[in-house]
Design a binder for this molecule. Structure first.
Ligand SMILES: *Cc1c(COP(=O)(O)O)cnc(C)c1O
Length: 394
């Protein structure tokens, strides 16, 4: 039987028809999952690839949902032309592999995000790129790590999970005087607290997955560069290595971003209160907004009153106490992430820093009783009540 005889199959089933036109417009950003874009003719497609006409071609090379999201983060960071990647780690990867080559050397902060550290120590050597890790709170240590082949410094403003604050001004001046590309992973601080491009950064990275999207249901990254040559290199690397982000995640992240400023402000307010509450409960507390934090003065100078939503604390009693604390707070997610709208608690020794020996963790100030709290927007009374219950179980 030929298709012609199957009268139940309409002839136009395969052809895509245009959306119905409407004098009223959709309020919500459309989600465009199309992988490919049809051009009218080869001349136009040529013009698109040459940059004489703007038009999407293939979604690995860009799509409207990524453009919409990137433009919003660009506005927050004070830059243009930011790029959306599939994860925060894709943004880190694009930066390191796109801007460095065989024989180059990069200096990384010694308390970078765990996978960024692993990228430097395990992956880059295979490409002939060497690294040195140095303490970003100590500009002399960063300077001492510079070699003739050093090209880049990659740092985070506030470290995970000990919340040390980098000497950003000293490092920016150092990078400038020695002609090094300064890359800042701004995931923790967010542009609400710190805008690296205003302070000498050349490249800014985000894990959008965290505070910007804010609901733990979209995984994406962002990278932007001031220098057009850097931007072109990043874009080429992202497209060729296949590091681009999906339309659906970009659409979800844009929705999350709409409330970012409100979530951030509320979470930060909660974090300051929770830090004081945990100290009252007897924990050793690390929060840059507290006068007992080792970098309190620098945090004040760099971040003004924006001390962030992350609080770390340490309890006595080892792994046993750590288990009892989390079991007594089952309604609060014990999960290795940060930046969710709700408060999450993570434990360095069993997650982010499990690859280190206990001795190496102790040297960084992370015992078995060390926790990091990513504070969310709940009512503060609910939060303090939950931790009261956790501490009562100790
Ligand atoms: C989570 C995180 C990353 C990696 O982001 P993913 O989206 O999980 O790949 C990079 N840097 C920092 C500071 C992070 O917290």
């Amino acid at each position: 039987m030929s298709d012609k005889d199957r009268k139940d199959i309409p002839d136009n089933l395969v052809r895509r028809t245009a959306f119905p036109s409407s004098v009223s417009r959709a309020v919500v950003t459309p989600l465009q999952p199309s992988v490919v874009y049809a051009s009218p003719d080869p001349d136009t497609l040529d013009a698109q690839y040459d940059g004489r006409e703007f038009g999407y071609t293939y979604s690995r090379e860009g799509h409207p949902n990524a453009s919409v999201l990137a433009a919003k983060i660009d506005a927050l960071e004070g830059v243009e032309g930011g790029l959306i990647t599939s994860t925060g780690m894709s943004a880190v990867t694009a930066t390191l592999l796109g801007l460095l080559g065989q024989g180059d050397h990069v200096i990384g902060g010694n308390q970078l995000y765990g996978r960024s550290l692993r990228m430097m120590t395990q992956e880059l050597p295979r490409f002939g790129i060497s690294h040195t890790l140095a303490d970003p709170t100590d500009v002399a240590a960063m300077e001492a790590a510079i070699r003739p082949e050093t090209r880049m410094i990659l740092i985070e403003v506030v470290s995970n999970p000990t919340l040390r604050v980098a000497d950003m001004e000293g490092i920016a001046a150092l990078a400038k005087s020695r002609g090094l590309v300064l890359v800042v992973d701004n995931t923790f601080t967010t542009p609400r607290a710190y805008r690296p491009f205003d302070h000498g950064a050349d490249v800014v990275i985000h894990s959008i997955t965290k505070l910007l999207a804010g609901h733990s249901d979209a995984m994406l990254g962002y990278v932007a560069a001031k220098d057009p040559d850097h931007r072109a290199a990043l874009e080429g690397t992202i497209i060729t290595l296949g590091l681009s982000g999906s339309p659906y995640d970009a659409w979800m992240a844009e929705r999350g971003l709409m409330s970012f400023h409100l979530r951030y402000d509320r979470a930060e307010e909660n974090a300051a209160k929770l830090a004081d509450h945990l100290a009252k409960l007897g924990a050793r507390v690390l929060y840059p907004g507290r006068p007992d934090h080792p970098d309190h003065n620098r945090a004040g100078a760099l971040l003004g009153p924006r001390f962030g939503n992350m609080v770390s604390f340490e309890i006595a009693g080892g792994r046993d106490a750590a288990n009892r604390l989390t079991r007594a707070m089952p309604d609060m997610a014990f999960a290795p992430t940060l930046g969710d709208i709700g408060t999450t608690v993570s434990h360095a020794a069993s997650s982010s820093h499990r690859g280190l020996t206990p001795g190496a963790r102790e040297a960084l100030g992370m015992s078995e009783g060390f926790f990091r709290v990513s504070v969310g927007v709940e009512d503060i009374a609910l939060l303090t009540e939950t931790f009261d219950r956790g501490f009562a179980a100790l």
